[in-house]
Write a protein that binds this ligand. Structure first.
Ligand SMILES: Nc1ncnc2c1ncn2[C@@H]1O[C@H](COP(=O)(O)OP(=O)(O)OP(=O)(O)O)[C@@H](O)[C@H]1O
Ligand SMILES: [Mg+2]
Length: 320
């Protein structure tokens, strides 16, 4: 986005904690979303994605903490917030007996939109969400994917600045998934979008920044490519060395930038797994050290991790 508001914070969530029962569903969750950003909430089932989104949209107040949207408190100033936010909940409460167009008009009326704006916007959102062939169809007769589009259409109807989409592509077929992702990306050019997903490639594809949430805690936050890089390649090297194990271990541990070395046998070969500091490439130093000790360097391999591996690692060990 080219305007000067690019760095303006649109949503600020501070110390959000929510209890449904004795265990917190989310605990001390903090994050900000910049204007125009597409932020992805990634996490396994039960991580707290829906809970966080319900709080962001003012659908339910948090047990503790607060959220501001365009500097309005979502609990205290919920009317101002509702004008500015479109929400696709996890289960869209669509009126299944209504025709698509009538449902959208009805939603516009409920939101207090002037009738001229309703007329214009209903036509526009039907186009944007590619519902032209279905505008007279009874919602109950639509396939899941098209119902999801109606859900998105109602979310964007009042031209909100912020869109909160809870698993927008869940349960829809691959072709419609591609279409829906494209639609979200298009919307993201103009609007601030927060979406949740448990599908890594989806978040990777659509989002500029990802929050990984696990058991109610944010365990990582970065751009998809930085997340991948952080634990990728240079962070772990597998080195096969012909030399005495203890001596090789102590030598490798002395190389500046190396954080941890473990040794294992792989099919009778001596493999050293070397962890290095973030963003350091020590291949050169390590190979020189080995060779200058008179040992043979049989192989050296970068172990790269996909976002999937990172996700698993973060959510199973909660480390970073
Ligand atoms: N209405 C509720 N009453 C009681 N517990 C709830 C309620 N909603 C969610 N929880 C619990 O809160 C935790 C977080 O749930 P939440 O729905 O926010 O997760 P999620 O990340 O959206 O998961 P999913 O990927 O399955 O949609 C879970 O342990 C869940 O069982
Ligand atoms: Mg959910």
């Amino acid at each position: 986005m080219e305007d000067q508001n690019t760095n303006e914070i649109m949503i600020q969530a501070t110390d959000l904690t929510h209890f449904y029962g004795p265990q917190p569903a989310i605990e001390e969750v903090n994050f900000g979303v910049k204007r125009g950003e597409i932020l992805g909430f990634l996490g396994p089932n039960g991580a707290g994605k829906t809970t966080t989104m319900r709080i962001l949209t003012g659908f339910m107040p948090p047990t503790e903490g607060k959220v501001t949207l365009a500097d309005y408190d979502v609990v205290e100033q919920s009317l101002e917030v509702r004008k500015r936010i479109g929400y696709l909940p996890e289960t869209v409460p669509l009126h299944t007996e209504m025709q698509v167009t009538n449902y959208l008009k009805y939603m516009g009326t409920l939101r207090g939109m002037p009738s001229r704006q309703i007329k214009r916007r209903v036509g526009e959102v039907i186009d944007v969400c590619r519902l032209q062939d279905y505008h007279k169809t009874i919602i109950g007769k639509l396939s899941k994917g098209f119902r999801q589009r109606v859900g998105i259409a109602q979310a964007i109807l009042h031209e909100p600045e912020v869109l909160v989409l809870d698993e927008p592509t869940i349960g829809i077929d691959p072709i419609q998934v591609v279409e829906t992702r494209r639609l979200i990306q298009e919307l993201g050019r103009e609007q601030t979008v927060v979406l949740s997903s448990h599908i890594l490639p989806e978040v990777n594809m659509i989002c500029e920044r990802v929050l990984i949430i696990h058991e109610g805690h944010i365990v990582a936050e970065d751009t998809p490519s930085n997340l991948a890089q952080r634990l990728q390649g240079v962070d772990q090297l597998q080195v096969e060395v012909g030399g005495p194990v203890q001596e090789v271990l102590s030598l490798l541990r002395r190389v500046p930038g190396v954080t941890e070395v473990t040794q294992r046998y792989n099919q009778g070969r001596n493999v050293f797994v070397v962890q290095v500091e973030q963003d350091r490439d020590l291949r050169d130093e390590i190979s020189r050290a080995i060779v200058s000790n008179g040992w043979s360097l049989l192989s050296m391999q970068l172990v790269s991790m996909s976002l999937e591996d990172i996700f698993l690692r973060l959510t199973t060990h909660e480390e970073l």
